[in-house]
Design a protein around this ligand. Structure first.
Ligand code: WT7
Length: 631
């Protein structure tokens, strides 16, 4: 068998055993599938205490050579990228591997002409247009570190991320389309850059042709810059352990963390996991609906597919505009074979009724996927029946920004399925469930903390600029294990992810730290204190419930709500707006002044029969008034 391609369940089992028994040999074989400028000398060095992990030491490579150049000879004419615009009336765009290679090299030369070089950080704040993919690859081409920031984040959030990693450039567009909305994205960048002294270059892609402000010397038009520039750009020789990208994600405390991924290991795992989870075959049309602003877009719109010479579809719009048939229209238009989306999208489309799906054939679908949050049984069944026509395996893929690639999932049609269970680990991945004493749970059906006990190539290496935080958050809870932050249980070797066990809320598959939202809320002058918890939300999975205590005096509730919402939108973005705001006379605190979130969670869930032990509360009467005031 070709070790890179798993084609039967038996091969999966064999690969799993091989990887477990001799991980270095296993990953050597997988890595040999790629082209390296220089072969590595040591496959793996690791210590979870440091943590210090390195894969394919001394190897030299460039991921774009593997995504592009490697395919040109045989498959230069095949379609690399299909771009479907927001508005179905606008024409789509198709780029062959030749064309994508040329566009990436030109963009890379533009970056070079601005003095950007290996190791420099470049922020990318763009809508879902082809130049986003091209820009990401252009950075990788010259060894610049990309830091993509989802274009729904506020200017403040963009400032914070740019400054945390002192980016020297921002790639953006004039405006953007998203459903019925036409947004002024360059204005957000201009606002953000008022406090970012490190940024010397802004490359602006023309998307909606609006009037924008221009900072001479700093801003350049993408279309002008790429016009008279060579499309020859040698790929920078990168060490396996050089940084490929930074991607910010929320944790339970403080500001977002810049998760760091490196060139060699990330490449090896992104390509391998894509190929096998989606069972991609030459000629298939693959579509992942995520935004490139999240890790799903990095690994499974850009890198994973292109490493496999796949055709990857990129969609600018949203599932419900102009109608709730938009996804299915696109599936039929391009005869999509693999479709990968999030439970929140499935639930919102399910809620709008079957009529939006009926009439679409979806007959080319071979594998449908889910990612970002646990998928509930109702959504799983609807996805299976209405989209998969009861004839398509569902791959429920569990992973994280920090893991770089899919860790637990079925492999296309090879694996047994169990609704709401993500399934079994990929070869090379060794998950364990730990009890609160750090002992491995060996029995079935018992919930524990999901950890991983052996390194895998695409695991995070550090948190940008703060290695201690990386150690504290992921490697200190349980000695010798990577801690995921998730609770899970196992049945017959298959894992069911239950949800976060830390103060992280998963809203529509997006992570927010409760402290991050509270800090934003507390910036409102009307607020003295706040506590944010998650609660079950029919569409979003979890909603954001904010308990607020106010400064003394009379307050109009509408003013209070507006002030809180604008504080959150301003500091994080629309995506973090609280769903419910409850003004509370006081928050439940222990005698030592700690807010008891457990109680607030129960109130937010409407589950107030058994409040558990409340004996340490300073003022137990707070509970009754909170229950009475529940929204
Ligand atoms: C968290 C990671 C990496 C994909 C996008 C989200 C939750 C992710 C699943 C799944 C249940 C899931 C976990 C995880 N999650 N996939 N298939 N089933 N939960 O990336 O923002 O880094 O969030 O998303 O809680 O820890 P992320």
């Amino acid at each position: 068998m070709n070790p890179f391609e798993i084609t039967t369940y038996k091969e999966y089992q064999d690969s799993y055993e091989n990887a477990k028994n001799n991980p270095e040999r296993f990953w050597d074989d997988i890595a040999s599938h790629y082209s390296w400028q220089k072969k590595w000398s040591k496959t793996l060095n690791w210590d979870f205490k440091g943590p210090k992990i390195s894969w394919f030491e001394d190897g030299k490579l460039n991921i774009t050579e593997n995504c592009l150049d490697r395919h040109l000879k045989k498959n230069g004419e095949s379609t690399a990228l299909i771009w479907e615009p927001n508005n179905p009336k606008e024409p789509e765009l198709r780029m062959s591997y030749y064309e994508l290679h040329s566009a990436v090299c030109r963009f890379a030369n533009v970056l070079k002409s601005r003095g950007i070089k290996k190791g420099d950080r470049v922020a990318i704040y763009m809508p879902m247009i082809p130049e986003l993919t091209i820009g990401v690859l252009a950075c990788a081409r010259i060894g610049a570190i990309h830091s993509v920031v989802f274009a729904g984040f506020s200017s403040q959030a963009l400032t914070d991320r740019i400054n945390d990693s002192t980016c020297c450039a921002v790639l953006t567009s004039d405006g953007m389309y998203r459903g019925a909305k036409n947004l002024a994205i360059k204005t957000t960048v201009d606002e953000a850059l008022k406090s970012c002294p490190s940024v010397k270059t802004v490359v602006v892609v023309k998307r909606d042709n609006r009037n924008i402000q221009w900072t001479h010397g700093r801003d350049i038009w993408h279309h002008e810059a790429v016009e008279n520039i060579s499309d020859f750009c040698p790929a920078e020789a990168m060490d396996s352990e050089d940084v490929l990208f930074i991607l910010y994600t929320s944790g339970s405390t403080g500001k977002p963390k810049g998760v760091v991924h490196t060139c060699g290991g990330y490449m090896v795992y992104a390509g391998y996991s894509f190929k096998n989870v989606f069972q991609y075959k030459a000629g298939d049309i693959y579509w992942c609906t995520a935004d490139v602003g999240w890790v799903t877009g990095h690994s499974y719109i850009i890198y994973g597919p292109l490493l496999n010479c796949a055709t990857t579809l990129m969609f600018e719009g949203i599932p419900t505009w102009p109608t709730a048939s938009r996804f299915w229209e696109i599936c039929d238009k391009y005869s999509v074979n693999q479709f990968y989306t999030a439970p929140t999208a499935i639930r919102s489309l399910m809620a709008l009724g079957n009529k939006w799906v009926e009439g679409f054939s979806l007959k080319n679908l071979k594998v449908i996927g889910s990612v970002g949050e646990p998928i509930n049984k109702e959504a799983w069944d609807w996805y299976d029946k209405m989209i998969g026509k009861s004839n398509c395996p569902i791959v429920d893929t569990w992973w994280q920004t920090e893991t770089g690639g899919i860790m637990i999932s079925g492999l296309g049609n090879l694996s047994e399925q169990k609704p709401t269970f993500a399934g079994k680990p990929l070869p090379g991945i060794e998950p364990v469930l730990l009890d609160i004493n750090g002992r491995e749970i060996l029995d079935d059906g018992i919930e524990g903390h999901l950890c991983v006990k052996f390194p895998w190539p695409s695991m995070l290496r550090t948190i940008y600029g703060n290695h201690q935080r990386c150690k504290d958050v992921y490697f200190s809870n349980y000695d010798g294990y990577y801690f995921t932050g998730d609770g899970a249980k196992r049945e017959e070797g298959m894992y069911r992810i239950i949800g976060r066990v830390d103060d992280v809320i998963n809203v529509s598959g997006h992570r927010f730290g409760t402290a991050e939202i509270e800090n934003a809320i507390n910036s409102s002058t009307l607020v003295t204190e706040s506590a944010v918890v998650g609660y079950p939300h029919a569409i979003k999975g979890q909603g954001i419930y904010a308990f607020i205590s106010l400064e003394a005096g009379d307050h109009n509730e509408i003013d209070v709500n507006n002030s809180i919402i604008s504080a959150v939108v301003g500091s994080i973005g629309h995506i973090a707006k609280p769903d419910i705001i409850q003004i509370a006379p006081g928050l439940p605190k222990t005698r030592s002044g700690k807010i008891m979130r457990r109680i607030l969670r129960k109130i937010a869930e409407g589950n107030t029969k058994d409040m558990g032990d409340t004996s340490t509360l300073l003022d137990p009467s707070v509970i009754d008034s909170l229950i009475k005031g529940k929204k």
